[in-house]
Design a protein around this ligand. Structure first.
Ligand SMILES: [Zn+2]
Length: 281
């Protein structure tokens, strides 16, 4: 029995040595001279070849059966941290095309419906984002994206329903107000307006701006506010472009509706630059 085993072992070792010998490799090379799969090994594909292969894969691997097979094979498998790191490095700087993003969006619709992050996931996300601040460019992008996706009335209703009866705790209020607020600018909002910033001056600026918000161009006649006594007409606000309440020069003042005026509390430097451009046009 043991003799037989050792003989088998010897044979397999012989075979291994034969297969790794140069002579065997030469024979193989000669035999597969015209086989594209063999000759392509180690070479880089040309664009056309890659395109052809990708189209071939689309036909052969894009069938539901094939996808199901792949899904089953990979079910429950987890990538090693090494693989994840490799994929991360490969994907750095790569951007998905609009088409791909749309596909990803569609495939996710309804999948996360009603799902919530677990407490441990929330904690992980919190730790990742700790101390991170969005760059000015990122903020601008977010603001631009939100501008193009106005909240629908339906969504507003949903938000309002969800918040019904909810109140901020005293602790939360403390955290969000005054010096603790992310918008704290050193207390400048408590500085008083100077006496020259009076109704006559404000009215003159409104007149100069033809009673239109210089950001969204809505007319003062279209503006209303919701008060305790019902809906009332609303005047345009006069905004200090450089955020200095004492600088009441006409070229530092601009008419804005309350919605647009509220936005100027973020990215102040950008708004100053923007309104200076608006007045100089
Ligand atoms: Zn406006």
């Amino acid at each position: 029995m043991s003799q037989k085993l050792s003989e088998a072992q010897k044979n397999s070792e012989k075979q291994k040595a034969w297969k790794s010998s140069e002579r065997f490799k030469n024979i193989l090379r000669e035999r597969n001279k015209n086989n594209p799969r063999f000759t392509m090994k180690g070479r880089k594909w040309t664009k056309e070849q890659r395109e052809r292969q990708s189209q071939l894969n689309k036909i052969t691997h894009n069938t539901p059966e094939c996808k199901e097979k792949c899904r089953k094979i990979n079910l429950g498998k987890k990538m090693s941290s090494e693989t994840i790191e490799k994929m991360r490095l490969v994907n750095i700087g790569r951007k998905a095309s609009k088409e791909t993003i749309e596909k990803m969006r569609r495939s996710m619709i309804g999948k996360n419906l009603g799902k919530h992050h677990s407490e441990s996931t929330k904690e992980k996300i919190r730790i990742i984002h700790l101390g991170k601040h969005l760059s000015e460019e990122h903020k601008r992008k977010v603001s631009f994206a939100l501008k193009n996706h106005p909240t629908t009335d339906e969504t507003k209703l949903k938000i309002s329903k969800a918040n019904l009866g909810r109140h901020r705790t005293e602790e939360m209020k403390q955290k969000m107000s005054g010096i603790n607020s992310s918008n704290w600018m050193g207390g400048i909002s408590f500085e008083p307006y100077s006496p020259e910033f009076n109704n006559t001056l404000k009215e003159n600026i409104r007149k100069r701006d033809q009673y239109r918000c210089r950001e969204c161009m809505r007319h003062q006649n279209e503006l209303f506010k919701n008060t305790k006594n019902g809906i009332r007409p609303c005047k345009l606000s006069i905004h200090h472009i450089d955020f200095n309440k004492k600088n009441n020069a006409p070229n530092n003042l601009i008419s804005l509706c309350s919605m647009c005026h509220m936005q100027t509390n973020y990215n102040r430097a950008d708004w100053t630059e923007h309104f200076n451009d608006v007045l100089n046009i």
